[in-house]
Structure formats: C-alpha cells, structure tokens
Ligand binder design. Structure first.
Ligand SMILES: Nc1ncnc2c1ncn2[C@@H]1O[C@H](COP(=O)(O)OP(=O)(O)OP(=O)(O)O)[C@@H](O)[C@H]1O
Length: 570
C-alpha cells in the first residue's frame, strides 16, 4: 500500500477532500469559479422547482382523469407543455456549466500538480527515492476523476437537500405518517450501507486503481524495452509477468463484484419498497374517499423524491467508494510531492562559483545507506580537466550526481559554475520527442541558431549526413529508436558543444564510440575551451585531462596528475 493507510469513509477522508479541493476556490481563478458555481446552484434550484411543479401537474391530470373532467385535464396538459419548454434549456445548461467548471478546475489542478512535480525536481526524487507508484496515472487520470466527481457529488448532495425541502412540505400536507416512516427508513438504510459496505468497497477500489496502473506500467515497459526483450527471447517471461499482474486485477475485481452484488441486492430491495409502500400507507384514505387518487399519485412522487434525497449515499455508494479511493491516491501523491527537505546537517551544501571545487565532501547513497566518498577535496580550474576512474559501483556516477545537485545526502561543500556554465552528458542520452532541431537545442524551447550553423555542429561530431538522411532539421522522428547508440551519443555531444558550457560533465558519454570518433569529439572540447570532467573506462582519454581521481571503494580515493598516470588494472 506504499505507506498509505487503508482508506475508509471517515472524517480523515473528508479533511483530505477539503485539502485537495480548497486551493482552487481560493486561487486566481476563484471569482470565475465561484460565479460558475453560483450559476450552477441557481440552475439546480430551477430544476428542483420544475420537479415540484411537474409532480403537482401529474397529480392534477390524474385526478382530472379519475373525475372524467376533460377541461381540467387539458388545462393541466397545456401547463405541463409550457413547463417543459421552460425546463429543457435549464436542464441542458446545467450539465454544460457543470462540466465546463469541471474542465477548468482540472486544468488548474493539473497545472498546480505539474508545478510541484517539476519544482524541486520532485519527479526525480519520487522516481529514485520514495518510489510512489505510477505518478503519471495520478496526474493524468486521478485529477480528472477528482474534479469531475467532486462537482458531480456536491451537486447531487445539494440537489438532495433542495429536493428534500421542496417535497417535504408537499408530503407533510398529504400524509404525516409517510414522512415519519421515511425518516426512519432513510436513517436505517444509510447507516447500514456505510457500515456494512463502506470499508470493503473503498479499500477494494483503492487496490483496483493501483493494480490497473501497475498493469499499464508493465505494458509500457515492454514497449519501451521491446528490442532487448526480443534479443533475449523474453516473451514468455514478460507474458507471465503481465498475466500475474492481470491476475491480481482479476482477483481484486472479483471481490469488488461480490460486494457490489450484495450492495445491489440491498439497493434493489430498498428501491422496490419505494414503489409499493406509499400506496399501501395512503390506500385506506383513498378508499374511504378522504384523498383524491391524484393526490395519492402526487404523494407517491414526493415520497420517491424525498427517499432518493435521503438515501443519496446508498444510491451512489459504489461510485462514491471509487471517488474516495481516488481522493486517497491523490492525497498520497500530494504528500509525497511536498516531502520536506532533509535535515541541513545531513546535506551537501552548494554554492555558485567560477570554478568547480569540492571541499571535505562526504557522499552517501540517497537513504544514507552507504558511504561512497570520504572527505574528498579537490578543485578543477578552467582547462585542468578531471578524469574519474574506478571499479564498477565505486561511486563515479554518484559523484557526478552530487556535483549536479541531484544527490545531496552527505556533508561538505560543492562550489560550481551556475546554470548553463556547467552541463551534464549521461551515457544514455535523452532524445526528446520532436524534430532534429530540437534534439540539438534541448532543453531550450527556441534559439536563434541558423540551420547552417546547426548543420556545422552536426558535421563536427561526424553526423553531417544525418539531416539529409532523415528528411531535414524539421523531420520529427523517434530518434531514440532510429539512431544507433553511438549516433545518439554524438548527437547529444553536438548539443553540448552548441551550448558551449565552461564545464562539461561526461558520464561514459562516449562509451559506444570507436577510438577515432571519441578522439574527434574530445578534440572539439579543447578547441572550444570546455573543461571536461569525465567518467570513463577508456585509457585513451587520459591525454584530454590534467588530473585523475581514482575511486578505490569504501569511500577511499586518490588524486593524481594525468601525466605519467598508470591505468589501474580493475
Ligand atoms: N538510488 C540509489 N539508491 C541506493 N543506492 C544506489 C542508488 N543508485 C546507485 N546506488 C549504489 O551506489 C553505488 C555507486 O553507484 P554508481 O552508479 O555511482 O557507480 P559507478 O562507479 O558509476 O559504477 P559503473 O562504473 O558501474 O557505472 C552502487 O553500489 C549502487 O548500487
């Protein structure tokens, strides 16, 4: 359950709902939102008013028929038609306003969540550290369901209250016995439903959402890693994983169905009584001539309206339980996004500076489980490139993560050039969706670089024919699938050259290249006065750096001049 308590219907759920819902109604859009809500309430009042009038007319023309009074009958039918023509636009407009407001709320909340997701690099933290499941589903679907259903249920509840007040008077004037009976019946059925079905269905729906998301996540992984899976002939293994995940969906949904079945039995028995009971209770009065038949019909209509208002929770219980499960998921996500920063005493400090400098750096893995580097101090002056070497798992990439500010567990100081003066090139380049131009300019959204210049940068990394091969700089392709790993590394390198940072951190960024291409790229760095800080297993790169940092495991390290350095036999 990812540390989230078993959900249920209670005040905690109500508080969570308010915490998720309130910010929109206090936001910049509040006046428009409140205005639309007010309009929605007015339309709902209109609907209820029309319901009462229709109910009255139904009683009226039934009584006219019973009395064989043609004039009274037709007068009532004309009134019905007039009512209808006024009511139709109100009903139509009600749904339009409700759903438009829902859409605007979704836009606002999605924007709000995206801000928090990208702010303080939460998307990275959640992915690598806390491991909250499927944030994508929470942003794409849970927010949508939350905004729509919040309005849907609020309006249903409000409608129930209005309906109750509107019809209570009608019924009271016809039969008090019916009113007393109704109240007892509604209280009993609501308590019974919440008590018996509540906990079960909310918990089951919570798990259902989670399992559906896991299933989709596993399918996406297969798509993303199709090639390695195909090389491994891993179909049977993948299929069995997916079957296992789907079996969990199936088993959980079976339980949902069992509980829904029991709930439905209760709901049908409950609503069936609605059709019979009012007639039974007022029958005697009609038979004795105290009450017109039409009034009895009107009483039955009012009875049904009040009962559905009073038992609104019973009627919508299934969808309410799904809604509650969604609130819990969204709340858990919001909480993870807002996770407080770790204690400063256990954090590496960061300062902006002209050169790169590390002072007494102690670096741990994110949860402080392992010490990776102990008391590391060094400086990298412009032009004095640093090569980081060491056995696999010694902490080379982790050191780059600490310099980039992604990992902060530990102590000491990282002083580094700010912003675009320092860039990072990973081993597996990120090639975003888009055209070739945007691969070169990423992460800039737009930049005034001419096509001719972009072409020159491609030539510098030996990709001169790339644009022509794939339809020009504007060609939109799935570049990560189309290009070889070495081509991807060169394309990412061209991007870094174009950005001309003063320092470039390369984490095995040329690992897939032949010696000639690698040498060609590193020579470009020197030509542009870009200082390289590289992690590599290639001894040939020594000549492009002035110093070597050797990580020896268990936090130990040594700093040596590159000239005369003997490559360790790892
Ligand atoms: N998110 C994480 N949480 C906990 N430990 C991690 C995490 N990421 C990496 N580690 C551990 O930190 C250690 C150092 O990893 P790192 O990737 O820095 O090694 P490396 O020297 O770059 O290895 P290689 O040469 O194989 O790329 C490894 O033991 C790894 O298992």
């Amino acid at each position: 359950m990812n540390g989230i308590e078993q959900p249920g219907f209670n005040t905690r759920l109500w508080r969570r709902f308010l915490a998720m819902a309130a910010p929109y109604w206090r936001s910049d859009e509040r006046w428009r939102a409140r205005g639309m809500l007010a309009l929605l309430i007015v339309l709902l009042l209109g609907q209820t008013g029309f319901n009462v009038l229709f109910n009255h007319e139904t009683g009226e023309f039934t009584s006219a028929l019973a009395a064989r009074d043609a004039e009274r009958f037709w007068a009532s039918i004309w009134r019905c038609l007039a009512l209808l023509s006024a009511a139709v636009p109100i009903y139509g407009l009600y749904y339009f306003v409700r759903d438009t407001l829902g859409l605007r709320w979704r836009r606002w909340l999605t924007e709000d969540f995206l801000q928090r997701y990208f702010g303080r690099r939460a998307y990275y933290r959640l992915n690598t550290i806390t491991g909250i499941d499927n944030p994508d589903q929470r942003i794409a679907e849970d927010i949508n369901a939350f905004t729509q259903q919040s309005l849907y249920f609020s309006m249903i509840l409000l409608g129930a209250v209005l309906q109750l007040s509107a019809f209570a008077g009608v019924l009271w004037s016809i039969s008090r016995t019916l009113v007393y009976f109704l109240l007892g019946y509604a209280v009993f059925s609501t308590l019974f439903t919440a008590g018996v079905f509540g906990r079960q269905l909310i918990g089951l729906n919570f798990r259902q959402l989670q399992r559906e998301a896991d299933f989709r996540f596993n399918l996406v992984r297969v798509r993303e890693h199709a090639e390695p899976i195909a090389f491994h002939r891993g179909e049977a293994r993948e299929m069995s994983t997916l079957q296992r995940v789907f079996a969990a969906i199936y088993a959980n949904y079976q339980q949902v169905l069992r509980w829904q079945f029991k709930l439905n039995l209760f709901q049908y028995a409950h609503s069936f009584l609605t059709t019979v009971l009012p007639s039974v209770i007022v029958a005697q009065q009609v038979l004795e001539g105290e009450l017109e038949v039409g009034r009895a019909i009107q009483a039955a209509g009012a009875f049904a309206a009040i009962l559905s208002a009073l038992t609104v929770v019973v009627e919508h219980f299934e969808s309410l339980s799904r809604f509650s499960a969604g609130i819990d998921r969204l709340h858990g996500f919001a909480k993870a996004l807002a996770a407080p920063d770790a204690d400063d005493a256990q954090q590496i400090r960061r300062q902006d500076g002209f050169t790169l400098e590390l002072q007494q750096l102690n670096l741990y893995t994110p949860g402080h489980e392992h010490l990776l580097l102990r008391d590391l101090s060094l400086g990298v002056a412009p032009g004095a490139g640093l090569l980081i070497v060491g056995a696999s798992g010694a902490g080379k990439s982790s050191l780059l993560r600490a310099i980039a500010g992604l990992w902060t567990s530990g102590s000491g100081l990282v002083r580094r050039p700010a912003g675009h003066d320092m860039l990072f090139l990973p081993q597996h380049p990120y090639l975003p969706l888009g055209d070739l131009r945007s691969q070169l300019l990423y992460p800039q959204l737009s930049q005034d670089t001419s096509d001719a210049e972009l072409q020159q940068w491609l030539e510098r990394v030996n990709l001169g024919d790339l644009a022509q091969r794939f339809g020009g700089l504007d060609a939109v392709q799935d570049w990560a699938k189309l290009l070889s790993v070495g081509e991807q590394q060169r394309l990412a390198f061209a991007r870094a050259l174009l950005a001309k940072p003063r320092y470039l951190l390369l984490d095995e960024a040329t690992s897939a290249l032949d010696a000639d291409n690698e040498a060609r790229l590193y020579a470009q760095l020197q030509g542009l006065s870009i200082t390289a800080i590289s992690v590599s297993h290639h001894a040939a790169l020594l000549q492009y750096h002035q110093q070597v940092l050797e990580l020896q495991g268990q936090g130990a390290w040594q700093l040596r001049p590159a000239a005369g350095y003997r490559w360790p036999s790892l």
